[in-house]
Design a binder for this molecule. Structure first.
Ligand code: SAM
Ligand code: SF4
Length: 487
């Protein structure tokens, strides 16, 4: 697999760990004697990986086992990302590789799913002749019919965006699972319209999933040995559900009997079991409430970690990004986290370097915001113009690539420094760690995470994944804590 990834330049020199969306995941082998085999490769964010689990569940009912080897697949799906241009280029490079494979196996079906399918729709069939099937993120229930259509010799497309679909009743097949941590999708779409972002166009309007189906999924995971769930959404703080309507825009206009907000949902999931850790992502600075922070404080099993993307530290840039908060507002939210939860709460961010018209002084504001917050971690990008977005329509992408890259490297350097500083604070302290498995480097060591989402590595002794242990941290790098179990 490593070879394949290198071939398609996903791990090219300039893409390092800070770029979340460069990640690719591949389905695992599952042999339950089904007639046909599905290979699914997923790009981009955790939401996409989560969607691939829903897709696998739907396809399993249609007579497909999954495979990790595309050479033995009857159907290949690429679940794609459109967030930056490079993500789309990666998928196109991959499709041209599959084109070669298909020359020897013309019966093999190739489908493009997710954001790129939604953005390009049937145009993708014209541009990429190897593709048989194009399916947007709200149309996965239609996959059996679409696959049948291709079996009958036609091309198939469904990119209909729904206002209600949450796949609440579909029990995902866990792919790439460590059996300890799992992701639960709690909402879909986004109503925010940040000017740089393609997501509102590719994933549609915001809707929240039935909280009782979320709690049921968390309970089932716990019963099956899982000990941590991460609740996923583009803007979890804006989660809102009522028994009458789940679409946020409609809900806000309707008279409804009962509304469950994100703080209520967090509490419901935290109560599933004290040994089930609860995490969530992503929080939006404009929506995160003190009520959520107090709920985190109240339950020991809700982890002290918040991914709170700032994007920029300058108020004018934030305004043209349409983020709807100022630098001061953002700082007030960080102060609230420190006041209510404390200094040890992990905070991470996403940052964009070189957005349209950004000056050197405005870039410096991003660095000084970083100095103020001292993030534990950040995903950092340079601006990539996306067709159809508000920014593409309104502003010129006027910062030269070399300047974008230089500003990005300054942001990355600052983050490295802060990650190291934050990790050094943890040395000499005991951390409660949930063991996730062996460390990547050695089977004599285990690794897990502390509440603040930091990776901790320690000698395994007789312990196993899924257990909680107390680890005294004795040294660190910017990325990792090291120590020994103390009980
Ligand atoms: N909903 C999340 C939020 O608002 O924080 C983020 C979702 S987006 C999938 C992940 C990150 O990609 C964003 O936070 C932003 O930093 C980055 N991103 C989105 N559009 C981008 C663009 N056009 N160029 C560069 N980075 C972009
Ligand atoms: Fe994109 Fe903004 Fe929505 Fe995040 S909140 S998905 S950045 S539009």
């Amino acid at each position: 697999m490593q070879k394949v990834i290198e071939d398609i330049d996903i791990l090219a020199n300039d893409s390092t760990q800070h770029e979340a969306c460069e990640t690719v995941k591949v389905s695992e082998d599952e042999n339950t004697g089904k007639e046909r085999k599905l290979y699914i490769e997923s790009y981009g964010c955790q939401m996409n990986f989560s969607d691939s689990e829903i897709v696998s569940s739907i396809m399993k009912k249609e007579g497909f086992d999954t495979t990790s080897d595309f050479n033995e697949a009857d159907v290949i799906f690429l679940n794609t990302c459109s967030i930056r241009e490079k993500a789309e280029q990666t998928v196109r490079a991959r499709l041209s590789q599959f084109n070669t494979v298909k020359k020897n196996r013309p019966e093999m079906m190739i489908g493009v799913l997710g954001c790129m399918a939604e953005r390009l729709k049937s145009q993708l069939l014209e541009e990429e002749k190897v593709v048989d099937l194009v399916v947007g993120p709200d149309a996965y229930r239609d996959l059996p019919g679409l696959v049948k259509q291709v079996d009958e010799g036609q091309k198939a497309v469904n990119t209909f965006l729904s206002r209600e679909e949450t796949y609440a009743d579909i029990s995902p097949v866990r792919l790439n699972s460590n059996g300890v941590t799992a992701f639960i999708s709690i909402m879909r779409g986004c109503d925010n319209m940040c000017s740089f972002c393609v997501v509102p166009f590719t994933r549609g309007r915001e809707r929240s999933r039935d909280p009782y189906s979320i709690v049921k999924e968390a309970q089932e995971l716990f019963n099956n040995g899982y000990r941590e769930v991460t609740l996923l959404g583009q803007n979890v703080d804006s989660y809102k559900w009522s028994p009458e309507v789940n679409n946020k825009a409609r809900l806000e206009k309707s008279e409804v009997s009962e509304v469950i907000n994100f703080a209520n949902l967090l509490e419901m999931v935290a109560k599933v079991h004290p040994d089930l850790r609860v995490r969530f992502s992503t929080s939006h600075p404009k929506d995160i409430t003190d009520e959520v922070l107090h709920t985190m404080k109240k339950y020991e099993n809700i982890c002290n970690y918040i991914h709170l993307p700032a994007q920029s530290g300058n108020t004018r840039v934030l305004e043209i990004m349409n983020r709807t908060y100022t630098r001061e507002w953002y700082i007030d939210r960080v102060d609230a986290i420190r006041r209510i939860i404390g200094e040890d709460c992990g905070i991470s961010s996403d940052m964009i370097a070189g957005f349209c018209t950004e000056t050197e002084e405005e870039h410096q504001d991003t660095l000084t915001l970083m100095d103020y917050v001292k993030y534990d971690f950040s995903y950092m990008f340079f601006y990539s113009e996306r067709p159809g977005t508000l920014a593409a329509k309104k502003f010129e992408d006027d910062i030269p690539l070399e300047i974008k890259k230089r500003r990005l490297s300054e942001i990355i350097d600052r983050q490295q420094k802060h990650s190291h500083l934050r990790n050094q604070r943890d040395v000499g302290k005991v951390h409660k760690v949930l063991i996730e498995g062996f460390s990547k480097r050695s089977n004599d060591d285990l690794q897990g995470r502390n509440s603040a989402n930091k990776v901790v590595i320690f000698p395994k002794k007789h312990y196993q994944k899924g257990q909680y242990v107390n680890v005294l941290v004795d040294r660190c790098t910017p990325a990792t804590l090291f120590g020994n179990i103390v009980d």
